[in-house]
Design a protein around this ligand. Sequence first.
Ligand code: ADP
Ligand code: MG
Length: 283
Amino acid sequence: ATPVAVMVGLGAAARKGVLVRDAAALEALGKATDLAFDKTGTLTEGRPRLRTVQVLGGLDTAELLAIAASLERDSEHPIARGLVAAHGGALRPVEGFRAHPGGGISGSVAGTAYRLGSAAFLGVAFPTEDPDGTSVGLAGPTGLLGVFVLGDRLRPEASAVVARLRGQGLRLHLFTGDREAPGRAMAQAAGIDSVAAGLRPEEKLERIKALQASGAVVGFVGDGVNDAPALAQADCGIAMGSGAGQQGTGAAMAAAPLVLLRAGLEPVLEARRLADRTARIIR
Ligand code: ADP
Ligand code: MG
């Protein structure tokens, strides 16, 4: 009877906005003790808006933004969309573009090599850091040229979804590549106490392994290339989909056994309900 029960569960899941590629992962979600969330694009809307630009070198704000937006053209990160939108104008050709998941990007514009990303990625300290915004710096051969501060909003349903999940007895965590202050600010707004910040993609994976080693059954929800290793390691990886207000990356969707096909975090609750129902049918 098991295959039939599983099929019933999966058909219902698709109708509820959850693509299930692996029935065992759905079952693990039903038994989960811990559920961890990525921040940018998962707990937040993933539409960071540019708040301020700090000019540190010889280039003015418009020039800094033109270079940064051009470098970001081929990046899938939400920060990239924020910078391209803030620039609004024509983009310049970029040579040797490279994405460094969890850190930033690099490439050359008009023969000059640039790096754009977190202070850790650039190996510098920013003069000031907005505690609840995400700061990214643009560095050229002469050093740090400017710092962009972007602000993203918590998804409107996030705190209600978090409260429901906590009510189900789950321990909740936030794992972010962003710094401690913006990580804490978002976690607090969502109602999550356990925060690990400044994590590189492999460190998100290590966090999950550590929980598993202590006997936990772990779900992880993420959207980015930086989340792919953690999504694959979790007992139940859940990727944000793309389209319909979602902007999950192909790498995250490929790594996760569950993909949310509807916008927002509510499908996570649907997935939990379906996991329970499927488990009951199988038993
Ligand atoms: P999160 O875990 O919150 O989704 P990431 O791991 O993707 O964050 O990124 C961590 C940090 O690396 C970001 O806060 C940002 O400072 C920097 N970063 C990553 N990708 C980019 C990019 N494309 N452009 C600029 N900065 C980036
Ligand atoms: Mg993300």
